[in-house]
Every structure is written in structure tokens, then in C-alpha cells.
Design a protein around this ligand. Structure first.
Ligand code: SF4
Ligand code: SF4
Length: 351
């Protein structure tokens, strides 16, 4: 299990241009597999166009208390990229004035940003309908300064979305690190104790499943049933919904695919599972991703690949919703991860 980010290790794949080179060469350059652009062109779906903005996803920093094998952010304790309060102020202005109904805070572990609580307090006042924080759960048990997070989330009516790759200790710890399962279970019980995830509760608690290897997720509805039964039977835990998310072939998951010699097979399975119906609703069509330093991207994956939005409005300081609407989405072969099977987004399946 890694303890350092690819960036800290000096691994080539920490560089976005190296990742993009891999995704553009080999099986795609030789024509064995169609590029994503060619594939969506077959059904006249190129270019993908941004529709009305509904979700602002803000990445407040890449620092994390974990170093999960599959992480598309290449997050970890050694990452120093952190959003400042000044950039948060600019984000608040945009949240107030844009038409987005959902705010989605992500990271790294967003709670590790020193201004996280200030930002949540301020953002909770601006009339957002759905205010999501992506919490990795273990942060709640990582240090006593985080022990009150369940109460803090409740106070600000935050919708908690948390990764839980499996209901067994072995599979969870394999992907996320030793001890992660036990801490996650304890954190879920604490969230339940303040009302999160309980049947009929407005305090939303959703879990995210992503496969622990080079395979696609199974049926989201069936998996939710299995998760609910196992977590209730074994630990008395309740939650609302399960989102099944496909691992995209970037950053540490790409590194894993290459190291385990699964890269080509995985790309073949993504292309074979391509579903044109999913293209209509890929999350970049209604979401905008904002990086820790205020730049705008079509999604968190494009942020990590340093593929900026195709618009004159490229930074939060020059945010212009009209200019951004209708922009052409920037794509590459990683996008096959969003269109395989029932499709995949930060909110689970899309088709
Ligand atoms: S997957 Fe989430 S919890 Fe794991 S290292 Fe990445 S940001 Fe942290
Ligand atoms: S990876 Fe990003 S840009 Fe590509 S389809 Fe998915 S959400 Fe859209």
C-alpha cells in the first residue's frame, strides 16, 4: 500500500501530459480501439456541449489523510495544494450569483483545508438546495479536532457522500489502507447517531462504491441492496443511497493498471461497454469543476489532467455563466469511464 503520492515519489504519471500521452497512443493510435471522439461521432454526439449549469464542484485541496490505490487526484498527506480563503470568497460570489442548485465540496479530504469550516458556514447561508461534502469517513476518526464533524455537518445541513468500496474489511483495506474499514464503520455509526442516513431523515448520507480492481461496477440497485443488508446485519448501520462509480484510467488508477498489466484489457472493457445513451447525461454537461487555485474545468478528472475549459471564462475571478453555457467539453479516452454500462458520475449511474 502506497504511503506517498505519485508526485512525491517523482513518478512520471504524476505529470498530466504523460497520462494524456498514454491515453492517446498505443491501442488508440494504432486504431485497435476508436478514440472517444470517433466513438461519439458515430452517433453524432460530438462535440458534447455544456447545458445549463446545475452543480458547482469545488476541489478545496489535494491533501488527504489517506493514499488510496485508485485515487484519481493522486491525493495524500504530502500534497500541499490548498484553496485559500480569498479564492473561497470568489467561489462564494459565484455560488450566490449562478443558477447552480448544488454545491459539491471535494478534495483530497476537504476537511483538512484550514478554512473548510469557515467556507461551509458561509456557503450554507447562500441558499443552495443541495450542499454536498465528500468525506472519506476516516478523517472523522483521524484526530480529535475532527471528532465533532458529524455535529458540524448536521448544524449546516450538509449532505454527506462517502466512499465505502466494500462491506468487508479485506476489500476495503486493500484499496484504501490498513485500518480504514474499522475507522469508516465507526464514523458511519457516529453519523447515524446524530441522525444521518436514518430512514425518513433529511440528513442525507450516501455511500460511493468503486471497484477494487480492473473491472467495471455491477448493477447499482443490486449492490445498494447488498450493502444495506450487510452493513445493517453486521454493524447496525443505515444509509440512504449507494452510488456506483467507474474508476477512470488516470493518476494512481492508471499507474495500477499499467503496473498490473491490465491497462489494455481495461480500456477494451470500457470501450465494449460503451453506451451512447450515457453520453447525453455525462456530468460535465451540467457541472463545473473549480480547482484549489480557482481555475475552471469540465470535471474533476479534467482538472487532474490539467485540461481547462474551452471558454474565455477560465478562472473563478472571470466567471461568466453565459460564456460557459454551450461550451464544447474537452474530451480524451478517459471519458470512456463515464459512458460504460449505465454510465458513471459523482452521483452514480447516469443512464
Ligand atoms: S480516494 Fe479520496 S480518500 Fe482516497 S486518497 Fe483519494 S481523495 Fe483521499
Ligand atoms: S471524464 Fe469529464 S469530460 Fe469526460 S465525459 Fe466524464 S465528466 Fe465529461
Amino acid at each position: 500500500m502506497a504511503t506517498k503520492s505519485l508526485k512525491k515519489l517523482g513518478n512520471n504519471l504524476a505529470q498530466s501530459n504523460k497520462q494524456l500521452e498514454i491515453l492517446s497512443n498505443g491501442i488508440f493510435k494504432s486504431g485497435k480501439l476508436p478514440t472517444f471522439k470517433d466513438k461519439i461521432s458515430e452517433t453524432s454526439q460530438f462535440p458534447i456541449k455544456a447545458k445549463k449549469l446545475e452543480i458547482l464542484q469545488i476541489n478545496v485541496g489535494y491533501m488527504c489523510n489517506q493514499v488510496c490505490d485508485h485515487c484519481h487526484v493522486d491525493a495524500g498527506p504530502d500534497r500541499k495544494e490548498i484553496m485559500t480563503r480569498d479564492t473561497m470568497r470568489q467561489c462564494l460570489e459565484v455560488i450566490k450569483n449562478s443558477g447552480a442548485h448544488t454545491l459539491d465540496l471535494t478534495g483530497g479530504a476537504p476537511e483538512m483545508n484550514p478554512d473548510f469550516r469557515w467556507f461551509v458556514e458561509e456557503a450554507s447561508k447562500v441558499g443552495i438546495t443541495d450542499f454536498i461534502v465528500r468525506s472519506n469517513l476516516t478523517i472523522i476518526r483521524a484526530n480529535k479536532k475532527y471528532y465533532d464533524l458529524p455535529e458540524f455537518f448536521k448544524k449546516h445541513n450538509v449532505h454527506v457522500v462517502s466512499s465505502m468500496p466494500h462491506w468487508t474489511r479485506g476489500k476495503t483495506d486493500k484499496q484504501r489502507g490498513d485500518g480504514v474499514f474499522d475507522k469508516s464503520i465507526k464514523a458511519l455509526q457516529e453519523l447515524n447517531a446524530v441522525g444521518y442516513g436514518m430512514p425518513g431523515s433529511d440528513l442525507r448520507l450516501d455511500l460511493v462504491y468503486n471497484p477494487s480492481g480492473a473491472f467495471l461496477p455491477g448493477d447499482q440497485v443490486a449492490m445498494e441492496k447488498d450493502f444495506k443488508k450487510a452493513l445493517m446485519d453486521d454493524f447496525g448501520i443505515e444509509f440512504h443511497n449507494l452510488f456506483a462509480i467507474t474508476n477512470l484510467p488516470i493518476a494512481r488508477f492508471l499507474d495500477y493498471l499499467i503496473a498490473s498489466e491490465n491497462y489494455e484489457d481495461y480500456m477494451y472493457s470500457l470501450v465494449e461497454a460503451y453506451n451512447p445513451a450515457a453520453v447525453e447525461n455525462v456530468m460535465c454537461t451540467n457541472t463545473l469543476s473549480i480547482s484549489w487555485d480557482g481555475y475552471l474545468f469540465d470535471c474533476d478528472f479534467n482538472q487532474m489532467l490539467e485540461l481547462p475549459v474551452n471558454s474565455k471564462s477560465r478562472h473563478i475571478s472571470e466567471f461568466n455563466e453565459e460564456l460557459l453555457e454551450g461550451r464544447n467539453i474537452v474530451i480524451s479516452q478517459h471519458c470512456y469511464g463515464c459512458t460504460a454500462g449505465a454510465g458513471s458520475s459523482c452521483q452514480g449511474v447516469v443512464a
